[in-house]
Ligand binder design. Sequence first.
Ligand SMILES: [Zn+2]
Length: 277
Amino acid sequence: MRDEFTSKTREILFKRAGARCANPNCRKPTFAAHKDINKFISIGVAAHITAAEIGGPRYDPSMTSKERKSADNGIWLCQDHAKLIDSDELKYTVDIIKEWRTLSEKAALFDLEQISASTDKDITEDKKIIRFFSQCFDRPAFQDEFMQEGSIEAFDKAIEDTIIAINVGCLRDRNGDILFQSYGKSYLSNHEWRAKMDSIVDILRAIRSRYQLAIKLGQLHIGSEYEGKQFYNFYDHELAKWFDETRGQAIYLFSTICVEAGISKLVFPRKRKSKYN
Ligand SMILES: [Zn+2]
């Protein structure tokens, strides 16, 4: 028998997540208005962290039925990410899912604090957040051109970490330790900057999707990893150019915010010494 959540537990889960998908990489709203004034649309799912029944993903036989039904064993996700965590239980472990939940609950709380405190929050706070984002972009994945047989940090992971940092305001290193702690983009009181950060996240998501597709299609070959460095070999030079230009767009957009905030802007690609001299 499945240990389903009660409607009360579901409510607790979505409200704690701020009614958004609790994947920090997503944070998509999960509710909206239906055309019928008495209805609403929901694309949210109260997902079990350890499965509701034997044989399901991450099923833990040591848990009681009550524990399995508890809010502590649940996470609010959009339909896509509820499906994702159940399609690869080796990758999406209990620890990782609980980490998602913690980060998203924190982000939801920040959103709420922002609403109640917005009147006396000023540009100084926004600048601090922009400075934090600037630190997040200050890495090879955003500064070095893809060149044949060039070496760069693990690219996809770097982009993913940056999206999470922009969404929830927490940047971690490869060991999961916190490098910088600030606020996510929804905390910005400048609406234009917030809209630009939304666009930047959309661009970064597009880069990740294209990257994953390129590997599937064999347009990109990744060499062996050494201390977080990888070698990239593009078999499609137009595609390499697309990556460079698209990253350039994200950096350009961010730089326009930096200029307005009066902090030093980022440049892509970073000037580097030619390997021939
Ligand atoms: Zn999602």
